[in-house]
Design a protein. Structure first.
Length: 112
């Protein structure tokens, strides 16, 4: 268990029965946890270098090292279009503030 990543634990703990059964090895493309980060361009347009300017996160749960690398990533484009950069947004709120505190926190997060 020590060599397993956290997401493997959740995959095993929260299994769901499907009929017919899903084969995660043979159906990897639809079971993928890969998450591209960055601007998405028109898939129908002629391929260009701008289509490649995305980060690919292989698993949804990041290690501290991966989080630090992501936070320090910045991409500046040479043309007139904006690139992308990373920012840290605090998503916490006081638990004793109840549902109203959660709504205020969501509004604050959206404003950021």
């Amino acid at each position: 268990l020590a060599r397993w990543r956290v997401q493997h634990y959740f995959k095993q703990l929260f299994a769901q029965v499907t009929n017919p059964p899903i084969d995660p090895i043979r159906e990897e493309i639809v079971m993928s946890l890969v998450c591209p980060v960055g601007p998405e361009h028109n898939l129908l347009a002629e391929p260009s270098p701008e289509h490649c300017n995305r980060l690919v996160v292989r698993e949804p749960i990041l290690t501290l090292e991966e989080m630090a690398a992501l936070k320090n990533t910045e991409y500046k484009r040479s043309d007139a279009h904006a690139g992308f950069s990373c920012a840290v947004i605090d998503t916490s709120f006081p638990a004793d503030s109840g549902p109203d505190g959660l709504l205020r926190a969501i509004d604050r997060i959206c404003d950021e």
